[in-house]
Design a protein around this ligand. Structure first.
Ligand code: PMT
Length: 399
């Protein structure tokens, strides 16, 4: 897909520099001509020999290089895309401030090609107002961003700031270089739900499930990247890109309420959330005391949001549901597709390793009300999101 594309891969000095090796390899495998540009800091984390061997040409490390008298304009002007992974707070700050301090920041200022930055840093730095402002400024200038993930960081801390998965970075590069046809959802109003609802028992306890919201958030990010106007109704605290309208909810009732007005105007609705099927009839006003013995909790069914949306849909609206199954995947999903009256169902076998709840990866089969079946093999959730939206896009283009 990237045959013949010249990609400058800027690597700046953070522990995530080791992941840039994987990004480099994947880009070369996809057919790109990859030109590594290493900052001085990055070489404390990973040696240039690795990039000399894996890149399409030996790594560039400074402004004074025998290969070209003016390397930064040469690299900037001939690139089809400049990718910075990882992008440290320093590089983002210099780029936002228009300061050319080393070869990489010179290339960033000299290029007119699309630029994709993939920040990675400690959570405190990522959340610092200066970093947020720099990123906002860069975005407003058209710079593309793959947000960092949450997870384990250097030193054992856990939080947001980990470099995005190399597969997601490469998929985004492919998308940016694929051109206009990948802005196929421009102007489409898409509402997506994510995460597991929490149904309170008392002020401190709830009935919940293991959904992290990752799959729904990946769909929101992918749809926004393809030009859709996205509303994300989520129970997850994970961040979303600034252009996504983010609505945080907790319970099934709150999710249903949030969708009431928003779904009405949507062209596409995707229910990736794991909505509780049952909730306590009554919520205890105070914490239930252990001394009172084992409590009896009476449950009632929650409203089926997806079936309700389908029953009240406006003409032309496309409704996509998910099916989380542990056996008879296709048969159970096909039955849900019919019963809920929707257009597509995305079925995942959540008992398979690396599939479904909490993982960064998934594997699905997409069944259509028209009898269509598409298997999407094991991949990053962003790649799964892309496949789902491809099916949605095809469905929209049908008369
Ligand atoms: O969030 P992650 O950790 O990334 O995990 C992703 C996922 C496993 C949650 C996701 O891929 C998934 O399968 N989502 C649907 C989970 C689910 O609730 O499946 P279900 O088979 O129980 O429900 C079928 C459909 O009805 C779903 O679209 C669900 O949103 C919807 N539903 C269910 C109950 C209810 N009361 N109202 C609903 O709208």
């Amino acid at each position: 897909m990237l045959e013949g594309k010249r990609i400058v891969l800027g690597v700046s000095g953070g522990i995530a520099a080791y992941k840039a090796v994987e990004v480099c390899r994947r880009l070369v495998d996809a057919g790109a001509h990859v030109i590594p540009v290493l900052t001085e800091g990055s070489q404390h984390f990973i040696g240039r020999t690795t990039f000399d061997a894996l890149g399409s040409e030996p790594a560039w490390t400074g402004l004074w290089d025998e290969r070209h008298p003016i390397p930064h304009t040469h690299l900037g002007q001939t690139a089809d895309l400049v990718l910075v992974a990882p992008a440290t707070a320093r590089v983002l700050g210099l780029y936002a401030g228009g300061i050319s301090e080393d070869l990489l920041t010179n290339v960033l200022l000299a290029t007119r090609a699309p630029v994709l930055v993939c920040p990675a840093m400690h959570t405190e730095m990522w959340e610092h107002p200066a970093v947020r402002d720099n990123l906002r400024l860069l975005r407003s200038r058209g710079v593309h961003v793959v947000e960092p993930e949450s997870g384990r960081l250097a030193g054992g801390d856990v939080g947001t700031g980990r470099l995005a998965d190399p597969a997601v970075i490469v998929a985004t590069v492919q998308q940016l270089l694929a051109g206009e046809e990948h802005l196929d959802l421009t102007g489409v109003r898409l509402v997506v739900t994510a995460g597991g609802t929490r149904e309170p028992i008392d002020p401190v306890r709830f009935i919940g499930n293991r959904s992290s919201g990752k799959q729904g958030h990946a769909i929101a990010a992918e749809a926004a990247a393809r030009g859709a106007k996205v509303t994300l109704v989520t129970t997850s605290a994970s961040p979303a890109a600034a252009e996504i309208d983010l609505v945080r909810v907790d319970t099934a009732a709150e999710m249903a309420h949030a969708l009431e007005t928003r779904a009405e105007h949507a062209d596409v609705i995707v229910m990736a959330a794991a909505v509780a099927d049952f909730r306590p009839v009554a919520v205890a006003p105070d914490k239930i005391k252990k001394s009172g013995g084992v409590p009896e909790i009476t449950l009632e069914a929650t409203p089926d949001i997806l079936a309700d949306l389908a029953a009240h849909r406006r003409t032309g609206q496309i409704i996509v549901g998910f099916a989380a199954e542990t056996s008879d995947l296709r048969a159970n999903a096909a039955e849900k597709l019919r019963r809920k009256g929707i257009d597509l169902i995305v079925a995942n076998d959540v008992s398979a390793p690396g599939v479904g709840f909490e993982h960064d990866t998934n594997e699905v089969v997409i069944l259509g009300a028209d009898g269509s079946v598409q298997d999407v093999p094991f991949a990053d959730k962003r790649v799964i999101a892309r496949a789902i939206l491809n099916v949605v896009s095809t469905l929209r283009s049908k008369p």
